[in-house]
Design a protein around this ligand. Structure first.
Ligand code: SAH
Ligand code: SF4
Ligand code: F3S
Length: 460
């Protein structure tokens, strides 16, 4: 306890010193920061916390990169195209730096946690002043101050064992839906995946900290809380227990979460989702492949049959229970027949949403030792085949809701003029005619039509 308060005092000191540095560099005017996060919700959530720290240091936030004094690119490493996007972006930022030598450019997050990438930035992008990985947030104030005061480049990608920082400020992009990380890191080492290497081992936040944060958000008017973790089912203090505690918080709000690893998804989890009225009846359960041999090569540690058992159990208790998933096509050595097993699985489960990706070789993972023998063209064709098939499945699945009334959280403007859009309790996108003032409230919508990506309805 005492140790914690000492570390807080140091953080406060770092912040005070950074604020001074900012004031003297920008001579009392408020400098602007542009921050962009790539990648998953966890990364977006980290980006919101960084924004919180940046605002505390005396910057304002801007969406206009060109007029910013500080640009932060929060990166993802999960597939090669995520890397390519960042390098493309850095090329553009080089031009901005030429026009404004005072501009501070920072690159952080999963991609630079890899040593070879940090090295590449050091050598090839001399205009990047600050580079830090996923373990260095607690050091952010000190690092930024050093860049401002000394003008030197700062690199920090040291991996720390067990750090979780509580009570970080956050500048959230929405005032309706909020992300709350319940755990960090991953222990699963699926053979294709870089995440365990760039995010370290699993660390869970204490139940009470999560409950307190969610209570605060509900008090502030948030209507939907999404709990985040690479595999929430291995939350150290019991995920169903956490869900029950959160469900007991007073107020009209919804709880969602992601992701769940199928090897740890239990009937108890399904029962908890269905018994807790605030926990939405939807499970994002990434299956990756519908073939046991490929699943084993991926080190996923479940069989197609075990996966289907969970789906059947959920649907036996609630026939509208909704599932979404992630699929990888073109894993090394995958045959067309094995790919077809994935298509068969999609037909059986009837997901309402499928996120599919072509396999991308990640340096340093186990699968990178296997020959990536399926051509880019072939992977692309399989992906297309899957998408076309899934669109039909989605439309058919969604048509079961036509004529029913669903509860929706109105979140934003819809695609068509005059419409609003939101997600239902089952996590399905619903568009309807409605006034803007409804954004942020729950509405009951009678469904009139099913499309292959959303439902259309009218306010009851
Ligand atoms: N922890 C989450 C997934 C995080 S990454 C989980 O296990 O569900 C999100 C998705 O990216 C994965 O589910 C997988 O489908 C995809 N992915 C991860 N590594 C990949 C790679 N090397 N190539 C292609 N897709 C990948
Ligand atoms: Fe990657 Fe597997 Fe961990 Fe998900 S569970 S982050 S896919 S290693
Ligand atoms: Fe997320 Fe990409 Fe990192 S998916 S955990 S931001 S590698």
């Amino acid at each position: 306890m005492e140790l914690k308060s000492i570390s807080c005092a140091f953080e406060d000191l770092d912040l005070l010193m950074l604020k001074d540095a900012v004031k003297s560099k920008y001579k009392g005017s408020v400098p602007r920061c542009y921050l962009h996060s790539y990648g998953c919700q966890q990364n977006v959530s980290d980006g919101e916390k960084l924004k919180g720290m940046i605002v505390k240091s005396g910057f304002s936030l801007t969406d206009d990169e060109a007029s910013a004094d500080l640009i932060v690119i929060n990166t993802c490493a999960v597939r090669e195209n995520a890397h390519e996007r960042v390098f493309g972006r850095l090329g553009e930022l080089g031009h901005l730096k030429k026009n404004n030598s005072e501009l501070i450019i920072c690159v952080c997050g999963c991609m630079v946690q890899q040593e070879h990438i940090a090295e590449k930035i050091k050598k090839t992008y001399p205009f990047v002043s600050l580079v830090f990985g996923t373990f260095a947030y607690s050091d952010f104030y000190r690092m930024l101050r050093e860049v401002i005061m000394s003008g030197k480049r700062v690199f920090n990608i040291e991996e720390k064992k067990s750090e979780i920082i509580e009570n970080m400020p956050a500048e959230r992009s929405s005032s309706i839906r909020a992300y709350v990380s319940v755990m960090y890191g991953c222990n699963n080492f699926c053979t294709y995946c870089i995440v365990p290497y760039v995010r370290g081992r699993e660390r869970s936040r204490p139940i009470d900290s999560v409950v307190d944060e969610v209570k605060g958000l509900v008090n502030d008017g948030y209507k939907e809380i999404t709990l985040l973790g690479q595999n929430v089912n291995s939350y150290a203090y019991g995920f169903p227990k956490l869900l029950k505690r959160l469900n007991d918080i007073e107020g009209d709000f919804w709880i969602r979460f992601m992701s769940s690893h199928p090897k740890d998804a239990t009937k108890e989890l399904i029962d908890t989702i269905l018994d807790c009225d605030k926990v939405c009846s939807h499970l994002h359960l990434p299956v990756q492949s519908g073939n046991d041999e490929i699943l084993s090569k991926m080190n996923r540690r479940y069989s197609v049959e075990k996966y289907l058992e969970i789906v059947r159990y959920a649907r036996s208790r609630c026939k509208d229970f909704s599932f979404s998933t992630d699929i990888i096509v073109g894993f090394p050595g995958e045959s067309y027949e094995q790919f077809c097993d994935t298509k068969k699985l999609l037909e059986k489960v009837k997901y309402d949403n499928v996120y599919s990706f072509v396999y991308s070789k990640r340096e340093g993972t186990k699968a990178a030792e296997l020959e990536d023998n399926i051509s880019v063209k072939q992977k692309g064709l399989w992906l297309r085949e899957l998408l076309i098939m899934q669109r039909e499945i989605t439309e058919k699945w969604l048509s079961r809701f036509v004529g029913k009334t669903l509860r929706i959280l109105a979140e934003d403007n819809g695609k068509k003029e005059g419409t609003l859009s939101g997600h239902s309790y089952e996590n399905i996108i619903v568009e309807f005619v409605g006034e803007k003032k409804l954004i942020g409230s729950f509405v009951n919508i009678k469904i009139t039509k099913a499309l292959n990506w959303a439902l259309i309805g009218e306010i009851v």
